[in-house]
Design a protein around this ligand. Structure first.
Ligand SMILES: Cc1ncc(C[n+]2csc(CCOP(=O)(O)OP(=O)(O)O)c2C)c(N)n1
Ligand code: SF4
Ligand SMILES: [Mg+2]
Length: 347
């Protein structure tokens, strides 16, 4: 392929595309909504990794967050499902074509309330999918009611106090078997971008809970999901850097201060330890740190847990390499002789 020189000031990625090629339609969400910043980081991550948009499958449920896939990767495939039902649609789609790169966008209500049953089974299957929860602690689309991730004691704009304990989706994902679990903040460009790039290069369920303030209904004093609160209570477990498989860079670091994690495609994640000696492959430690930070009213952010070699759902099912959706009828509907042979074997 011959590549023409980019117009002055325009940067092209490794497949010769401009950032513009990764954009979607113009957002209809409120100005300042955290969800818009997350769409921007997804655009940046796909551009920087040189992902082919037509290889991407965008999935969502219902909510302001679930509208987001319309605002990135216009030429990707998309499916906006029913409220809380995106995981089963994603499972079917990926079983039909495991070559697709799937990005699911959900909300804390879409996942933690109506969709909690589907979320649980998605996590334990380790389906190869990047699953993003745009977490604002409320049902933004239906005017800001508390969602299941709202903290005890946090208040609505009108002063109503939440007295139910929150669901921690990261804790659930780790316990249930997701092989990549992270928490980030829509206002932390660098951390979120790095985590997204690593998640897109991981084979298995990459569950990212992104604190994403709702400026219209949940950004006031008394909310623990406001920009001010999250900024002041962010407690990163490590500093994350990412080197994709196509970059031949070796990072120098002092042994004992940095963890290196290799992904299945040869990409590498470097995690520089902060105060705590945090090991992202240690499940018990991840669970303990999440409990401890929550008890202090803080958010542990960064890559919390990773298990890069864990078999994903498609390999567990022993699927043929060729996408099932592309197999000819003769191969998906074997003839009478094959059936008879199978029956014979059972006798
Ligand atoms: C079956 C069903 N029940 C309820 C609703 C109403 N509803 C639409 S969005 C939503 C909650 C969205 O909250 P969340 O997932 O947190 O997204 P956000 O708008 O906060 O981004 C609800 C309850 C619906 N659309 N369908
Ligand atoms: S209502 Fe809240 S969640 Fe919905 S677009 Fe506006 S700021 Fe975002
Ligand atoms: Mg919400």
């Amino acid at each position: 392929m011959t590549m023409t020189a980019p117009p002055p000031g325009k940067k092209l990625n490794r497949i010769g595309l401009e950032l513009q090629a990764y954009r979607g339609s113009k957002t209809t969400l409120c100005a300042g909504c955290g969800h818009n910043a997350i769409s921007e980081r997804i655009i940046d991550a796909c551009f920087e990794l040189g992902i082919e948009a037509r290889q991407v499958l965008k999935l969502s449920g219902i909510g302001c967050s679930s509208k987001s896939p319309a605002y990135f990767l216009a030429s990707a495939h998309g499916f906006n499902s029913v409220h809380g039902r995106m995981p089963s649609v994603a499972t079917g789609a990926l079983l039909a074509n495991q070559k697709m790169l799937a990005i699911g966008v959900s909300g804390d209500g879409d996942t933690g309330a109506i969709g909690i049953g589907q979320f649980v089974h998605l996590m334990r299957r380790n389906l190869p999918l990047v699953y993003i929860i745009e977490d604002n602690g409320c049902y933004g689309l239906t005017k800001g009611q508390f969602s299941p991730t709202a903290d005890v004691g946090s208040t609505l704009k009108n002063g109503v106090v939440n007295d139910l304990p929150p669901i921690d989706t990261c804790l659930m994902a780790i316990e249930l078997g997701a092989s990549f679990v992270a928490r980030s903040f829509s206002g932390d460009k660098k951390q979120l971008l790095t985590i997204l790039k690593a998640a897109l290069s991981h084979r298995g369920t990459a569950m990212i809970d992104v604190l994403s303030p709702c400026v219209t209904f949940n950004d006031h004093q008394g909310s623990t999901k406001s920009y001010a609160y999250v900024k002041d209570h962010d407690d990163p477990v490590s500093e994350v850097s990412f080197v994709p498989y196509f970059e031949d860079i070796s990072i120098e670091y002092d042994p004992g201060t940095t963890h290196e994690v290799s992904l299945h495609d040869g990409s590498r994640i470097y995690l520089k330890k902060l105060e705590e000696d945090y090991d992202p492959t240690n499940k018990e430690q991840a669970v303990r740190v999440l409990h401890e930070t929550a008890a202090r009213g803080q958010y542990a952010t960064g890559l919390l847990y990773v298990e890069p070699q864990k078999p994903d759902f498609c390999s567990l099912l022993n699927l043929v390499d060729e996408p099932l959706a592309h197999l000819p009828l003769e191969r998906v509907r074997p003839g009478r002789e094959v059936l008879e042979e199978i029956m014979e074997r059972q006798r």
